[in-house]
Design a protein around this ligand. Structure first.
Ligand code: NCD
Ligand code: ZN
Length: 347
């Protein structure tokens, strides 16, 4: 049995670090395992301008402990007012690595997102021209559409049109949750990939809802039936270059999640690799873990593959993680699936 894995240091292609008091915790927790991350721009107010992205990057880097290294890859939050020239300037200069599209109202801090997709046409055209990737939160926001169907409805009513209007635009369908999304991504030849999160590979909607509601399993897009989780696992263990890790680690203070209207988001930065090693081993696919965590994303984004490696070892007994992590503003519960892992990253 394999007891040790040495893989190229992973990247996280979808990460929420938040800001200010949160940064010393969130940045260093990710930097322990990840070399780079695509930093989500859904702050309050959102990161809509290059100057905001640059200042946010500096705040992230100032929070990094001196013994760690971490490269935050910044993004701009797309609004109907975004200036195509600013996107072009930011991408060409390397200040941003992608643009993030939130349908208005789809998730945490997405109010300033896009309502009328016609209005962003000129921006998408420029992005296609310069090769700037578009990260999409793929859910419709129509309150008449059942929350469990919103991803599929988005593919059918929005994504397919964006893609066919802009066949050369590189699109990442973020945090996919359904077999429909897996099938759709497989069906498209070029310029479409998907990130998959740690939690969507680990839990289903029974884990969230059966026998009591578990706020720390609540995220958006909401977790689906077991058949969908299995489709996600099959996709990632296949080694297909179309799927890569985006943890969507999204910290919220415990009192904001454990409330009558709890926030969406799971904090997985601490133990993602340990959880993933367990899942890949269970599916006899440990040899594909590195593709998912460290290779496929870099290739899709057109970035170099990291040169350093990390070691993950398997022990004889389950690895224990702290239940919570502290910030000056309160505690954040670390995601814990309903299984143990014996894997542990060596730092
Ligand atoms: C994210 C957050 O809290 O910022 N929440 C989540 O459930 N994933 C936003 C997002 O990525 O949808
Ligand atoms: Zn997210």
């Amino acid at each position: 049995m394999t007891k040790e894995l040495v893989i190229v240091r992973p990247d996280d292609w979808h990460l929420h670090l938040r800001d200010k008091d949160f940064l010393p915790t969130t940045v260093n927790e990710s930097a322990k395992s990840f070399a780079r991350a695509i930093i989500m721009p859904n702050l309050i107010p959102p990161i809509t301008k290059l100057i905001d992205a640059e200042n946010y990057k500096q705040r992230i880097l100032s929070a990094l402990k001196p013994n760690l290294s971490f490269d935050p890859l910044m993004t701009l939050y797309l609004t109907e007012e975004t200036d195509p020239k600013e996107v072009k300037e930011g991408f060409v200069s390397g200040q941003i690595s992608a643009v993030k599209l939130y349908p208005a109202g789809a998730t945490t801090n997405s109010r300033s997102g896009v309502q009328n997709f016609e209005k962003i046409k000129p921006i998408l055209e420029i992005m296609a021209e310069i090769g700037c990737p578009l990260c999409i939160h793929g859910e419709v926001t129509d309150s008449n559409i059942d929350i469990f169907d919103r991803e599929k409805a988005f593919i059918d009513s929005v994504l397919n049109k964006i893609r066919t209007d802009n066949p050369t635009l590189k699109i990442i369908m973020e945090h996919i949750t359904t077999k429909d999304a897996v099938d759709y991504v497989f069906s498209v030849n070029k310029n479409l990939a998907a990130t998959v999160t740690t939690h969507h590979l680990s839990i289903n909607r029974n884990d969230l809802l059966a026998g009591g509601i578990r706020p720390h399993f609540y995220c958006l897009p909401v977790v689906k039936r077991e058949c969908h989780r299995l489709a996600l696992v099959e996709a990632v263990v296949s080694g297909s270059p179309k799927f890569f890790l985006g943890t969507d680690s999204a910290p919220h203070l415990d009192h904001d999640k454990e409330s009558s209207c709890g926030c969406a988001g799971c904090f997985t930065a601490t133990n993602t690799l340990e959880i993933l090693a367990h899942i890949f081993e269970e599916h006899k696919a440990l040899d594909k873990l590195e593709l998912f965590t460290s290779i496929n994303g870099a290739k899709f984004y057109g970035k170099n593959i990291n040169s350093d490696k990390i070691r993950i070892i398997k022990k004889n007994k389950p690895t224990s993680f702290p239940e919570k992590i502290s910030t000056p503003r309160g505690e954040i519960t670390i995601f814990k699936p309903n299984f143990e892992t014996k894997w542990q990253v060596q730092v």
